[in-house]
Design a protein around this ligand. Structure first.
Ligand SMILES: [Zn+2]
Length: 95
């Protein structure tokens, strides 16, 4: 159990590398360690009363199928988590 906040897409998103819909829970430590979980459509207000202003914020997930690390951004509009955008896969290569 890590210390991060979770952002859940409305349905699993496709990995940019293997194209399988494996990405279900994007995480962030950007906002402190609130251990809160937000779904698309939720207003993003943390328990310490911080609210996200409109913009894009970095999150990440990893693909359960190919092991790629996937960086993405959550898009906040009107204080609401509206979508996850700009998915970029990074593959770790073991020597
Ligand atoms: Zn993948």
């Amino acid at each position: 159990m890590g210390c991060y906040d979770s952002f859940l897409p409305s349905e699993p998103m496709a990995c940019p590398l293997c194209h399988k819909a494996t990405l279900r829970e994007f995480q962030s430590k950007e906002f402190g360690e609130n251990l809160q979980s937000f779904k698309v459509g939720d207003k993003v207000v943390f328990s310490d009363c911080l609210q996200l202003i409109d913009g894009k914020y970095p999150v990440y997930d990893s693909c359960r199928e190919c092991g790629a690390w996937v960086n993405a951004e959550i898009h906040i509009e009107g204080g609401v988590f509206v979508r996850i955008v700009n998915l970029v896969a990074v593959k770790h290569v073991h020597p």
